[in-house]
Each structure stands twice: as structure tokens, then as C-alpha cells.
Design a binder for this molecule. Structure first.
Ligand code: NAG
Ligand code: NAG
Ligand code: NAG
Ligand code: NAG
Ligand code: NAG
Ligand code: NAG
Length: 541
């Protein structure tokens, strides 16, 4: 993974070579831009053998502002190369910073329905929210009030490298009746091709109302409002970044369900004020999403299906353009509660690793499962650093003869007669327990405790905390898979029905791993594998 900066100097494109990506807290296998602020993943599309990752990006600083679409490309979802900014607010058609490019999605217009671009090259079409900070007259003479959020499209005929705004933008200047008064909060279009309906679908949010609007189109330029959904389930501050996609339940192609996924901010479980991602399972006929009765709760109940139970998992986005029912998500690994002050420099925010999403019945209910994308294997070389099996572990804690900052750890165990807790400390030293990841047999929950995860925790009083996720054993066995990087842990419980994602900012000196037990856990197995840096593209070739 190597980043190039394209400097446009009097028409000449020059590469400024990569940096080392070894700054303090720099993730080694999670995507980060070389510098500056990043938030939501946008326009995830697999096209011509390449995975595109666009994202909310400030080209001019390391806090939110001047929002543009940054861009990275990968052949395998593992090694990423940063590209030139795809949609820059500094190049907006009506003048620099007259328009910000908020979140959205992208499709490949294989059937040339849009007529955009060039009749011989398949255009990629992105839909995004145009935010106009001030009153403006656009080049097409539409006038827009300052503060408006409207939906626009752009197209690329060079496989996603450069983009041109559609001259008729915005394609949705206002929300439909009776929601015209929501013109300041109308955003994050997710578009996709609906095969049976033979039309395009757009899901876009009215964040303050906790409603999602569904539109259809034959040509991506003209959109018809056909239905709405919401509110339902934990309602929280705002609903943002919807995704809607089909998945077979338990792998059965004869039982296709549709999953509606959205960000909620604030309103997550991790702490009061945290951002989070939830989903609702149901059906979709091309125009209307109908929630299953066991997936939709009364809005006042506060109940929801959480895609992750940690503090740092927001604005999940999924790939268009993959094979039948293949769903891969990438998510912003930060929390709005402290996102702009995390102690990293010269970049701010990382993405989660790509996760494969599947739908399976767990405890009688369809649940969205997340597992690390199998391509992560390409970052592992050689045998495990450490593996061990114990018949049982008495109460106490031991330091294991293995250490590291970039690891993939699998821990399995089962309950004894009096088991209370079992788990690991990672990034520990003798005095500091580091980040504690474990299982509470009494409440049947897995947890991550990051109270001692940071030597810079004073950057926010909201950072310390303990996060819990429900997890039941399968045939008596509990499984935790822990992906550790320089400034994060992602914990996958069971088959992926519960995950906890949390940033950590530990001291460089703390690299130890401890195993702790309270009670008598049985049949404990651990495997610790090292993960190599994804910035080192030479190891990839
Ligand atoms: C946005 O760009 C303007 C003009 O370059 C600059 O003055 C301002 O500081 C930038 N804002 C942020 C938040 O980066
Ligand atoms: C379409 O793009 C290709 C490749 O850039 C170019 O060779 C061709 O002339 C273009 N055709 C039209 C009709 O613009
Ligand atoms: C916009 O208005 C100006 C002035 O009336 C006119 O000259 C121009 O042709 C118009 N542009 C478009 C795209 O209609
Ligand atoms: C798009 O489709 C609509 C009808 O669905 C049509 O009225 C419009 O002219 C089309 N636009 C373009 C640019 O083809
Ligand atoms: C944390 O560290 C203390 C002191 O080194 C030790 O006694 C305790 O067992 C550790 N706890 C865990 C959960 O590892
Ligand atoms: C973790 O820290 C929080 C906030 O400082 C505190 O309320 C909680 O008791 C601590 N929990 C544990 C298990 O250390």
C-alpha cells in the first residue's frame, strides 16, 4: 500500500514518492490517507478488477471541513494506493468551496442508461450529496439557498480516476412533499441496480426525521420518489448513510432477504453520545422496503440490531459490483464524539478492515454476521508466532511468551463449573493491563475494556470505557478472533454475530499479551499470528 500525491504543476503530473507510514499510531493494515482528515467511506465499487474506496476527505486539514471525495484503489482489498482527490470542493463548478461533496455511492452504468460520457466507455456514475454553504447560482442557472443539501451525480469514463459533474445537478434539488422543510438535512444517497425491476434505486436519508426515502430511475438522471421507511428501532440523533442490499438467509438462494443498514449518531450503545451502525431485515420489491416483524421494534423501545457493539464503527458502506450476493463492508473506524481530536498526525481516522457480511439465523432470528475478508490472509507469512492448548486455566493472570503490535489472535474456550471471566490483555506491560478483551460467562457477553488502552486518553473523557456484546456459545465453545493494529482492536465473536471495534492509543513500549482467568475455563486454545504491514507494497509483489 503506497500513497502518491499527484501535484498538478502547470499541467504536469508529478509523483511525490511514498512516505514510510511508521508514525506513532499509524495503522499498518487499515486504510488511512497519508495525511489529513477522513470520514465516511463513499462510492465503494468493484470495477474492472479493482476495488475503489472513495471517502469523505478534507484536502486542506486534519479536521472536518471543505469536504471532498478522497480515493484509494486496491486489487485485493488489502494493499491500497492513494489516488488524487476524486471530487474536490476546491474545483466545484460554481467556484472553489461553493459546493462540498458529502457522502454517496457509485455504480457502473453497464447498460449506458445515463447517456453520460462516451458511448464506447462504460461510465461509472456516483451519486452524492451536494452541500452548498452559501447562496449560489450554478453554471446551469439553477439557484440554490445557502445551507442546502441536495442529491447530485458525477461520472467517470476513465475507470474512476477523474470525475465530471453532471451539468443538470442537483438531480434532486429538494426533498419531496411534504418534507420540503428538510432541505438542510437530506443526504447520503445509496444507489444500486434492481435486476427484477430493471431500474436504478436510490435510498436517501432525512436524518432528523429518521426516515429513508426510496427513489427509482431508468437513467440515473431523473428520479421518481416511490416510498419511504421509518422511523423504526433505536432512533437516536440522526440517521445517515443508508445501504440496502439482498442476502440469502443461511446461504439459501431460495430465501433472499433485504438488509437496510444505517448509521445512527448519537444513539449507540457504547457510551452516551456514541455513534453506531444498525440494521433491519425485511423484504424489498424494487420500490418499498418492508421490515420483518421480528426485526422492527417500536421506535420508543430503544431496541435495535447493532452491526457492531464498539465505539468506533460508523457509516458502514458496502461494495457495489461484486458477484451475486457477495457483500463486503468497510466502515469508518472512529466516533463523532471525539473524532476530530484523536491523537494522530498528520492524518485523522482509519477504516476498518473489509468485512464480509452474511445473514444467518442466530438464536432464531436473522442476524447480519461480519467476518474479516479472507484476503487478509495474504498479509500473513510463516507459521503462527505462538499457539498453545490448556485443558483448564485456574484463576489468575500470566504473561504469554509472545508479543506484538500487529497481530491476528484466535482464542477459543469453554466454560467450566465456576467460570466467571476469561480473556486476554493486549498491548500490556507488567504494570499496565493494556486493552482487555474477554468473555463474561455470567452475563454471556464478550467485552473490550479500554480504560487502560491509551497513554493519551486525556484527549477525551469519553475515550475510556468498557463495551459489551451478547455472545452465546456454539456447542459449548466460545470463539474470539482479535485483529490488533497499532491503534485499534477489532474483535469478532462466534461466527461474527457480535463484533466490537475500538481504537486504542497505547504506549509504544507496551507490546505484551497476558491471559487472565476468573474461575475455571476449559479447553483453552490460543493462536497468535503476525500480520505484515500493508504499506510495504514490495512484500506484495
Ligand atoms: C478550507 O479551505 C479554506 C481555503 O483554503 C481554508 O481557509 C480553511 O481553513 C479550510 N478549512 C478547513 C476546516 O480545513
Ligand atoms: C471515448 O473514449 C475513448 C477512450 O478515451 C476515445 O478513444 C473515443 O474517441 C471516445 N469516443 C467518443 C465518441 O468520444
Ligand atoms: C444562464 O443565464 C445566462 C444569462 O441569462 C445565459 O447567458 C446562459 O446561456 C444561461 N446558461 C444556461 C446553461 O442556461
Ligand atoms: C431520463 O428518463 C426520464 C424518464 O424516466 C426522461 O424523462 C428523461 O428525459 C431522461 N433523461 C435523459 C438525460 O435521458
Ligand atoms: C492486571 O495487572 C495486575 C498487576 O500487574 C495483575 O495483578 C492483574 O491480574 C492483571 N489483570 C488482568 C485482567 O490481566
Ligand atoms: C472504566 O472506566 C470507566 C470510566 O472512567 C469507569 O466508570 C468504569 O468503572 C471502569 N471500568 C472498569 C471495569 O475498569
Amino acid at each position: 500500500m503506497r500513497a502518491y500525491f499527484f501535484l498538478l504543476l502547470s499541467g504536469l503530473v508529478t509523483f511525490v514518492s511514498a512516505q514510510s507510514y511508521t508514525e506513532r499510531y499509524r495503522p499498518q493494515y487499515h486504510y488511512t490517507p497519508a495525511k489529513n482528515w477522513m470520514n465516511d467511506p463513499n462510492g465503494l465499487i468493484y470495477h474492472n478488477g479493482q476495488y475503489h474506496l472513495y471517502y469523505q476527505y478534507n484536502p486542506s486539514g486534519d479536521v472536518w471541513g471543505n469536504m471532498s471525495w478522497g480515493h484509494a484503489i486496491s486489487n485485493d482489498l488489502t494493499y491500497w494506493e492513494e489516488q488524487q482527490v476524486a471530487l474536490s470542493a476546491f474545483d466545484a463548478p460554481a467556484g472553489p468551496l461553493s459546493e462540498f461533496y458529502f457522502s454517496g455511492s457509485a455504480v457502473s452504468d453497464d447498460i449506458h442508461s445515463s447517456g453520460l460520457g462516451n458511448s464506447t466507455r462504460t461510465p461509472l456514475v456516483a451519486a452524492y450529496t451536494s452541500y452548498y454553504p452559501n447562496d449560489v447560482t450554478l453554471p446551469n442557472n439553477q439557484t440554490v439557498r445557502g445551507g442546502t443539501q441536495a442529491q447530485s451525480i458525477a461520472y467517470s469514463t476513465d475507470d474512476g480516476l477523474t470525475w465530471t459533474e453532471y451539468a443538470g445537478n442537483p438531480v434532486l434539488p429538494l426533498p419531496p412533499s411534504p418534507y420540503e422543510d428538510q432541505w438542510r438535512d437530506f443526504r447520503d444517497p445509496f444507489i444500486f441496480w434492481h435486476e427484477q425491476g430493471h431500474h436504478w434505486v436510490m435510498v436517501v436519508s432525512l436524518p432528523q426525521l429518521h426516515k429513508l426515502l426510496i427513489y427509482t430511475s431508468k437513467n440515473l438522471t431523473q428520479w421518481e420518489h416511490v416510498s419511504e421507511f421509518g422511523p423504526a428501532n433505536a432512533v437516536g440523533g440522526v440517521w445517515e448513510c443508508p445501504n440496502l442490499f439482498p442476502l440469502p438467509l443461511d446461504g439459501k438462494k431460495s430465501n433472499i432477504k433485504w438488509v437496510l443498514m444505517m448509521g445512527i449518531n448519537p444513539g449507540g450503545l457504547a457510551f452516551t453520545g456514541s455513534s453506531a451502525t444498525q440494521y433491519i431485515v425485511g423484504s424489498f420489491d424494487g420500490k418499498t422496503f418492508t421490515a420483518d416483524a421480528d426485526s422492527a421494534y417500536d421506535p420508543s423501545s430503544g431496541k435495535a440490531n447493532w452491526l457492531d457493539y464498539g465505539p468506533d464503527y460508523y457509516a458502514a458502506a458496502t461494495y457495489n459490483g461484486l458477484g451475486n450476493f457477495e457483500r463486503v463492508a468497510i466502515t469508518w473506524m472512529n466516533d463523532w464524539a471525539y473524532a476530530t481530536i484523536i491523537p494522530t498526525f498528520p492524518w485523522r481516522s482509519a477504516m476498518t478492515i473489509p468485512r464480509k457480511l452474511t445473514l444467518e439465523k442466530i438464536d432464531g432470528q436473522p442476524r447480519l454476521l461480519s467476518t474479516p475478508h479472507s484476503n487478509l490472509q495474504s498479509l500473513k507469512h510463516g507459521p503462527p508466532l505462538y499457539s498453545k492448548h490448556w485443558d483448564s486455566i485456574p484463576t489468575g493472570s500470566v504473561t504469554l511468551p509472545v508479543s506484538g503490535k500487529v497481530l491476528d489472535i484466535t482464542l477459543t474456550f469453554s466454560s467450566g463449573k465456576s467460570s466467571k471471566h476469561l480473556g486476554l490483555g493486549v498491548r500490556t506491560n507488567g504494570m499496565n493491563n493494556g486493552t482487555i478483551i474477554g468473555y463474561d460467562f455470567t452475563t454471556t457477553q464478550m467485552f473490550v475494556n479500554r480504560n487502560a488502552s491509551s497513554d493519551a486518553s486525556s484527549f477525551s473523557s469519553l475515550f475510556p470505557g468498557v463495551y459489551y456484546a451478547p455472545l452465546h456459545s456454539k456447542d459449548g465453545t466460545i470463539k474470539l478472533r482479535i485483529l490488533l493494529d497499532w491503534s485499534s482492536v477489532e474483535v469478532f465473536g462466534g461466527r461474527g454475530e457480535s463484533t466490537i471495534t475500538a481504537q486504542i492509543f497505547p504506549s509504544d513500549a507496551n507490546t505484551g499479551i497476558s491471559l487472565f482467568s476468573n474461575g475455571d475455563a476449559k479447553d483453552v486454545r490460543i493462536k497468535v499470528e503476525s500480520v505484515s504491514s500493508a504499506w510495504d507494497i514490495s512484500s506484495h509483489k
